[in-house]
Design a protein around this ligand. Structure first.
Ligand code: FES
Length: 121
């Protein structure tokens, strides 16, 4: 057997963009571009969170899980796509673009401390 490429849990089903991985529970603000949306793997349970950054420390965070049946979403350009039944969400605000999901992605709490974005609570 050859050496397998590193492929951790949660990597399945991700298309174009791999989620940014948090170390020590946080991601550097420098790794979260301004005026863009970035899917982050914070580790632990329900690790995927979409960070929507404006400028500076203006960040709104949304669940990275489909509101239809809870599958982990993958980021493709301006959308989050669900691999389970095809729902699509706007990655700028979590709104449903294509069903069967009907509910917007819920917001989750994050804090910015000393240049790190962390999950709150
Ligand atoms: Fe996402 Fe069904 S779980 S569309």
């Amino acid at each position: 057997l050859g050496t397998l490429a590193a492929c951790g849990p949660g990597d399945e089903g991700f298309g174009d963009a791999q989620p940014l991985r948090a170390d020590d529970g946080g991601v550097s603000l420098d790794d979260v571009p301004e005026n863009e949306s970035t899917l982050v793997n914070f580790g632990g349970e329900q690790p995927f969170v979409l960070l929507v950054r404006g400028t500076g420390e203006d960040i709104t965070a949304y669940s990275g899980y489909c509101t239809h049946n809870g599958c982990a979403l993958s980021q493709k350009q301006d959308e989050l796509d669900c691999p389970c039944h095809g729902s699509k969400f706007d990655s700028s605000n979590g709104e449903v673009l294509v069903g069967p999901a009907t509910r917007q992605l819920p917001e989750v709490s994050v804090v910015v401390e000393e240049g790190l974005v962390r999950r709150a609570g």
